[in-house]
Design a protein around this ligand. Structure first.
Ligand code: GRG
Length: 307
Protein backbone atom coordinates (compact mmCIF):
# COMPACT_ATOMS: atom_id res chain seq x y z
CA UNK A 1 0.00 0.00 0.00
CA UNK A 2 1.44 3.42 -0.90
CA UNK A 3 2.18 6.19 1.60
CA UNK A 4 -0.01 9.30 1.83
CA UNK A 5 1.40 12.81 2.36
CA UNK A 6 2.37 13.29 6.00
CA UNK A 7 4.13 16.43 7.23
CA UNK A 8 4.64 15.53 10.88
CA UNK A 9 2.38 14.61 13.76
CA UNK A 10 1.59 18.07 15.25
CA UNK A 11 0.31 19.40 11.92
CA UNK A 12 -1.48 16.13 11.25
CA UNK A 13 -3.26 16.14 14.62
CA UNK A 14 -4.26 19.77 14.23
CA UNK A 15 -5.74 19.31 10.75
CA UNK A 16 -7.45 16.03 11.63
CA UNK A 17 -8.90 17.40 14.86
CA UNK A 18 -10.46 20.30 12.96
CA UNK A 19 -12.16 17.95 10.45
CA UNK A 20 -13.36 15.69 13.31
CA UNK A 21 -14.79 18.68 15.22
CA UNK A 22 -16.71 19.75 12.11
CA UNK A 23 -18.10 16.24 11.69
CA UNK A 24 -19.13 16.09 15.36
CA UNK A 25 -20.83 19.44 15.03
CA UNK A 26 -22.82 18.08 12.06
CA UNK A 27 -23.63 14.89 13.99
CA UNK A 28 -24.91 16.70 17.07
CA UNK A 29 -26.99 19.08 14.96
CA UNK A 30 -28.50 16.12 13.09
CA UNK A 31 -29.24 14.28 16.33
CA UNK A 32 -30.89 17.30 17.88
CA UNK A 33 -33.00 18.28 14.85
CA UNK A 34 -33.87 14.83 13.46
CA UNK A 35 -35.14 13.59 16.81
CA UNK A 36 -36.82 16.78 17.97
CA UNK A 37 -34.40 17.16 20.87
CA UNK A 38 -34.31 20.92 20.28
CA UNK A 39 -37.57 21.02 22.25
CA UNK A 40 -35.64 19.54 25.19
CA UNK A 41 -33.10 22.31 25.71
CA UNK A 42 -31.47 20.67 28.74
CA UNK A 43 -30.94 17.38 26.92
CA UNK A 44 -29.55 19.04 23.80
CA UNK A 45 -27.15 21.14 25.93
CA UNK A 46 -25.93 18.07 27.80
CA UNK A 47 -25.31 16.18 24.53
CA UNK A 48 -23.36 19.15 23.19
CA UNK A 49 -21.39 19.47 26.46
CA UNK A 50 -20.38 15.81 26.41
CA UNK A 51 -19.51 15.57 22.72
CA UNK A 52 -18.07 18.97 21.90
CA UNK A 53 -15.64 19.35 24.83
CA UNK A 54 -11.95 19.33 23.94
CA UNK A 55 -10.80 15.72 23.69
CA UNK A 56 -7.86 14.32 21.78
CA UNK A 57 -10.25 12.76 19.20
CA UNK A 58 -7.90 9.81 18.90
CA UNK A 59 -10.50 7.22 17.89
CA UNK A 60 -11.89 9.15 14.91
CA UNK A 61 -8.39 10.20 13.85
CA UNK A 62 -7.31 6.53 13.88
CA UNK A 63 -10.42 5.58 11.90
CA UNK A 64 -9.79 8.11 9.13
CA UNK A 65 -6.06 7.27 9.11
CA UNK A 66 -6.89 3.59 8.54
CA UNK A 67 -9.51 4.50 5.91
CA UNK A 68 -6.96 6.60 3.99
CA UNK A 69 -4.21 3.97 4.41
CA UNK A 70 -6.60 1.56 2.67
CA UNK A 71 -7.22 3.87 -0.27
CA UNK A 72 -10.15 5.97 0.99
CA UNK A 73 -10.35 9.74 0.52
CA UNK A 74 -10.52 12.41 3.23
CA UNK A 75 -14.09 13.45 2.44
CA UNK A 76 -16.61 14.85 4.94
CA UNK A 77 -18.37 11.48 4.81
CA UNK A 78 -15.21 9.71 6.01
CA UNK A 79 -15.12 12.03 9.03
CA UNK A 80 -18.87 11.48 9.57
CA UNK A 81 -18.14 7.76 9.84
CA UNK A 82 -15.28 8.43 12.26
CA UNK A 83 -17.52 10.67 14.37
CA UNK A 84 -19.62 7.61 15.28
CA UNK A 85 -16.68 6.28 17.34
CA UNK A 86 -16.32 9.56 19.21
CA UNK A 87 -20.07 9.57 19.95
CA UNK A 88 -19.71 6.20 21.69
CA UNK A 89 -16.56 7.39 23.47
CA UNK A 90 -18.27 10.63 24.60
CA UNK A 91 -21.27 8.77 26.03
CA UNK A 92 -18.92 6.40 27.88
CA UNK A 93 -17.08 9.30 29.51
CA UNK A 94 -20.35 11.02 30.48
CA UNK A 95 -21.64 7.86 32.15
CA UNK A 96 -18.24 6.90 33.60
CA UNK A 97 -18.08 10.23 35.43
CA UNK A 98 -21.48 9.76 37.12
CA UNK A 99 -21.58 9.23 40.90
CA UNK A 100 -22.71 5.62 40.39
CA UNK A 101 -19.45 4.92 38.56
CA UNK A 102 -16.20 6.88 38.96
CA UNK A 103 -17.89 9.95 40.47
CA UNK A 104 -15.68 12.56 38.79
CA UNK A 105 -16.05 16.32 38.83
CA UNK A 106 -13.54 17.25 36.16
CA UNK A 107 -13.19 16.05 32.55
CA UNK A 108 -11.28 17.60 29.66
CA UNK A 109 -10.40 20.55 31.87
CA UNK A 110 -13.95 21.49 32.80
CA UNK A 111 -16.81 20.31 35.03
CA UNK A 112 -18.23 16.93 34.01
CA UNK A 113 -21.57 16.87 32.20
CA UNK A 114 -23.55 15.86 35.29
CA UNK A 115 -21.95 18.68 37.31
CA UNK A 116 -23.21 21.14 34.70
CA UNK A 117 -26.49 19.55 33.68
CA UNK A 118 -27.47 17.11 36.45
CA UNK A 119 -27.39 13.32 36.67
CA UNK A 120 -30.77 12.54 35.18
CA UNK A 121 -30.18 14.63 32.05
CA UNK A 122 -26.65 13.23 31.68
CA UNK A 123 -27.93 9.64 31.82
CA UNK A 124 -30.43 10.42 29.04
CA UNK A 125 -27.91 12.42 26.99
CA UNK A 126 -25.43 9.52 27.12
CA UNK A 127 -28.15 6.99 26.28
CA UNK A 128 -29.39 8.83 23.16
CA UNK A 129 -25.84 8.88 21.81
CA UNK A 130 -25.61 5.06 21.64
CA UNK A 131 -28.22 4.35 18.93
CA UNK A 132 -27.40 7.71 17.32
CA UNK A 133 -23.81 6.54 16.85
CA UNK A 134 -24.95 3.32 15.13
CA UNK A 135 -27.22 5.29 12.79
CA UNK A 136 -24.43 7.79 12.17
CA UNK A 137 -22.09 4.97 11.07
CA UNK A 138 -24.74 3.41 8.81
CA UNK A 139 -25.67 6.71 7.11
CA UNK A 140 -22.01 7.65 6.66
CA UNK A 141 -21.20 4.28 5.06
CA UNK A 142 -24.11 4.68 2.65
CA UNK A 143 -23.02 8.26 1.84
CA UNK A 144 -19.51 6.91 1.19
CA UNK A 145 -21.01 4.47 -1.31
CA UNK A 146 -19.93 1.39 0.65
CA UNK A 147 -21.57 -1.87 -0.50
CA UNK A 148 -24.42 -2.74 1.88
CA UNK A 149 -22.47 -5.71 3.29
CA UNK A 150 -19.54 -3.46 4.25
CA UNK A 151 -21.94 -0.93 5.80
CA UNK A 152 -23.56 -3.65 7.91
CA UNK A 153 -20.15 -5.05 8.93
CA UNK A 154 -19.04 -1.57 9.98
CA UNK A 155 -22.05 -0.99 12.22
CA UNK A 156 -21.64 -4.49 13.67
CA UNK A 157 -18.00 -3.74 14.56
CA UNK A 158 -19.08 -0.53 16.29
CA UNK A 159 -21.86 -2.02 18.40
CA UNK A 160 -19.84 -5.13 19.27
CA UNK A 161 -16.91 -3.00 20.46
CA UNK A 162 -19.28 -0.83 22.52
CA UNK A 163 -21.21 -3.74 24.03
CA UNK A 164 -21.00 -6.42 26.69
CA UNK A 165 -18.13 -8.20 24.95
CA UNK A 166 -16.28 -4.89 24.64
CA UNK A 167 -16.42 -1.55 26.43
CA UNK A 168 -19.47 -2.08 28.65
CA UNK A 169 -18.24 -5.53 29.71
CA UNK A 170 -14.79 -4.11 30.45
CA UNK A 171 -16.24 -1.28 32.51
CA UNK A 172 -18.25 -3.81 34.49
CA UNK A 173 -15.10 -5.85 35.19
CA UNK A 174 -13.37 -2.62 36.21
CA UNK A 175 -16.11 -1.73 38.70
CA UNK A 176 -16.10 -5.28 40.11
CA UNK A 177 -12.32 -5.18 40.45
CA UNK A 178 -12.19 -2.04 42.60
CA UNK A 179 -10.58 -2.79 45.95
CA UNK A 180 -9.26 -6.19 44.78
CA UNK A 181 -5.91 -7.19 43.33
CA UNK A 182 -6.11 -8.26 39.67
CA UNK A 183 -3.34 -10.32 38.08
CA UNK A 184 -1.70 -9.44 34.72
CA UNK A 185 -4.00 -11.69 32.68
CA UNK A 186 -7.13 -10.29 34.33
CA UNK A 187 -5.92 -6.73 33.85
CA UNK A 188 -5.18 -7.32 30.16
CA UNK A 189 -8.56 -9.01 29.65
CA UNK A 190 -10.34 -6.09 31.33
CA UNK A 191 -8.55 -3.42 29.30
CA UNK A 192 -8.74 -5.24 25.98
CA UNK A 193 -12.49 -4.78 26.44
CA UNK A 194 -12.88 -1.51 28.33
CA UNK A 195 -10.43 0.66 26.35
CA UNK A 196 -8.98 -1.59 23.69
CA UNK A 197 -12.14 -2.76 21.92
CA UNK A 198 -13.23 0.70 20.75
CA UNK A 199 -9.68 1.71 19.78
CA UNK A 200 -9.21 -1.51 17.78
CA UNK A 201 -12.66 -1.05 16.19
CA UNK A 202 -11.60 2.44 15.06
CA UNK A 203 -8.97 0.86 12.81
CA UNK A 204 -11.14 -2.06 11.72
CA UNK A 205 -14.04 0.24 10.80
CA UNK A 206 -11.79 2.49 8.70
CA UNK A 207 -10.41 -0.57 6.91
CA UNK A 208 -13.83 -2.20 6.35
CA UNK A 209 -15.43 0.99 5.01
CA UNK A 210 -12.51 1.41 2.58
CA UNK A 211 -12.98 -2.16 1.34
CA UNK A 212 -9.50 -3.27 2.46
CA UNK A 213 -8.50 -6.82 1.59
CA UNK A 214 -8.61 -9.27 4.52
CA UNK A 215 -4.87 -9.38 5.27
CA UNK A 216 -4.69 -5.57 5.53
CA UNK A 217 -7.89 -5.30 7.60
CA UNK A 218 -6.54 -7.97 9.98
CA UNK A 219 -3.19 -6.17 10.28
CA UNK A 220 -4.92 -2.90 11.12
CA UNK A 221 -7.09 -4.64 13.69
CA UNK A 222 -3.97 -6.20 15.25
CA UNK A 223 -2.28 -2.79 15.27
CA UNK A 224 -5.42 -1.44 16.99
CA UNK A 225 -5.41 -4.17 19.64
CA UNK A 226 -1.79 -3.46 20.51
CA UNK A 227 -2.06 0.30 20.63
CA UNK A 228 -5.28 -0.15 22.63
CA UNK A 229 -3.32 -1.89 25.36
CA UNK A 230 -0.40 0.55 25.05
CA UNK A 231 -2.88 3.41 25.39
CA UNK A 232 -4.25 2.03 28.66
CA UNK A 233 -0.79 1.39 30.11
CA UNK A 234 0.10 5.01 29.26
CA UNK A 235 -3.17 6.12 30.84
CA UNK A 236 -2.25 4.35 34.09
CA UNK A 237 1.23 5.93 34.02
CA UNK A 238 -0.26 9.40 33.46
CA UNK A 239 -2.79 8.85 36.27
CA UNK A 240 0.06 7.95 38.64
CA UNK A 241 2.45 10.73 37.64
CA UNK A 242 0.55 13.79 36.37
CA UNK A 243 -1.59 16.50 37.95
CA UNK A 244 -5.26 17.27 37.38
CA UNK A 245 -4.19 20.46 35.63
CA UNK A 246 -2.16 18.53 33.03
CA UNK A 247 -4.67 15.71 32.64
CA UNK A 248 -7.83 17.86 32.59
CA UNK A 249 -9.32 15.27 34.98
CA UNK A 250 -8.58 14.24 38.54
CA UNK A 251 -6.17 11.30 38.85
CA UNK A 252 -8.37 8.65 40.47
CA UNK A 253 -6.87 5.15 40.27
CA UNK A 254 -5.33 5.23 43.76
CA UNK A 255 -8.42 6.81 45.33
CA UNK A 256 -10.69 4.18 43.75
CA UNK A 257 -8.23 1.45 44.76
CA UNK A 258 -7.97 0.14 41.19
CA UNK A 259 -5.46 -2.41 39.97
CA UNK A 260 -3.35 -0.72 37.30
CA UNK A 261 -0.29 -1.53 35.21
CA UNK A 262 1.66 0.77 37.54
CA UNK A 263 0.42 -0.84 40.76
CA UNK A 264 1.12 -4.28 39.29
CA UNK A 265 4.49 -3.75 37.57
CA UNK A 266 5.89 -0.39 38.72
CA UNK A 267 6.55 2.58 36.42
CA UNK A 268 9.62 1.28 34.55
CA UNK A 269 8.15 -2.11 33.69
CA UNK A 270 4.84 -0.49 32.71
CA UNK A 271 6.70 1.84 30.32
CA UNK A 272 8.59 -1.14 28.90
CA UNK A 273 5.36 -3.07 28.31
CA UNK A 274 3.77 -0.08 26.57
CA UNK A 275 6.76 0.20 24.21
CA UNK A 276 6.56 -3.55 23.43
CA UNK A 277 2.91 -3.15 22.44
CA UNK A 278 3.85 -0.27 20.14
CA UNK A 279 6.56 -2.43 18.54
CA UNK A 280 4.02 -5.20 18.04
CA UNK A 281 1.59 -2.74 16.42
CA UNK A 282 4.27 -1.50 14.03
CA UNK A 283 5.37 -5.01 13.10
CA UNK A 284 1.75 -5.88 12.19
CA UNK A 285 1.76 -2.94 9.75
CA UNK A 286 5.13 -3.94 8.28
CA UNK A 287 4.09 -7.59 7.85
CA UNK A 288 1.06 -6.53 5.79
CA UNK A 289 3.11 -3.89 3.92
CA UNK A 290 0.87 -1.08 5.09
CA UNK A 291 2.93 2.04 4.39
CA UNK A 292 1.17 4.64 6.56
CA UNK A 293 3.48 7.17 8.28
CA UNK A 294 0.52 8.68 10.15
CA UNK A 295 -0.28 5.33 11.78
CA UNK A 296 3.39 4.88 12.73
CA UNK A 297 3.47 8.33 14.33
CA UNK A 298 0.13 7.77 16.08
CA UNK A 299 1.38 4.51 17.63
CA UNK A 300 4.30 6.40 19.20
CA UNK A 301 2.00 9.25 20.24
CA UNK A 302 -0.25 6.85 22.15
CA UNK A 303 2.53 6.20 24.68
CA UNK A 304 4.35 9.55 24.52
CA UNK A 305 1.33 11.84 24.89
CA UNK A 306 1.16 14.23 27.85
CA UNK A 307 -2.51 13.75 28.72
C1 GRG B 1 -23.15 0.27 32.60
C2 GRG B 1 -21.09 -1.10 33.22
C3 GRG B 1 -21.69 -0.02 32.40
C4 GRG B 1 -20.93 0.66 31.52
C5 GRG B 1 -21.37 1.79 30.69
C6 GRG B 1 -19.43 4.03 31.25
C7 GRG B 1 -19.15 2.95 30.29
C8 GRG B 1 -20.29 2.20 29.70
C9 GRG B 1 -17.92 2.67 29.90
C10 GRG B 1 -16.73 3.40 30.37
C11 GRG B 1 -15.55 3.07 29.55
C12 GRG B 1 -14.40 3.97 29.82
C13 GRG B 1 -14.55 5.15 30.69
C14 GRG B 1 -13.26 3.74 29.30
C15 GRG B 1 -12.11 4.65 29.55
C16 GRG B 1 -11.31 4.77 28.38
C17 GRG B 1 -10.31 5.88 28.52
C18 GRG B 1 -8.93 5.51 28.87
C19 GRG B 1 -10.71 7.13 28.34
C20 GRG B 1 -9.85 8.29 28.16
O1 GRG B 1 -9.71 8.43 26.75
P1 GRG B 1 -8.93 9.62 26.09
O2 GRG B 1 -7.65 9.84 26.82
O3 GRG B 1 -9.89 10.85 26.44
O4 GRG B 1 -8.87 9.40 24.64
P2 GRG B 1 -10.18 12.18 25.63
O5 GRG B 1 -10.76 13.10 26.67
O6 GRG B 1 -8.91 12.70 25.05
O7 GRG B 1 -11.17 11.81 24.58
Amino acid sequence: MSAVAFDGLPQYLEAETRRVEEALDRAVLRLVTDHGLDADVALASAVRHGVMSEGKRLRPILCVSAFVACGGERTDEAYDLAASLEMIHAYSLMHDDLPAMDDSELRRGRPTTHREHGEEVTMRAGAVLIPAAALQALHACRALGCPEGHARATVLQLVQAAGAGGMVGGQWLDLLGEGGALGPEELNALHRRKTGALLAASLAIGATAAGARDSVAEALHEYGRSIGLAFQIADDILDATESAETLGKNPSDAELDKSTYVSLFGLDEARHRARLEVEHALSALRAAEVDAPALVALAHYVVERGN
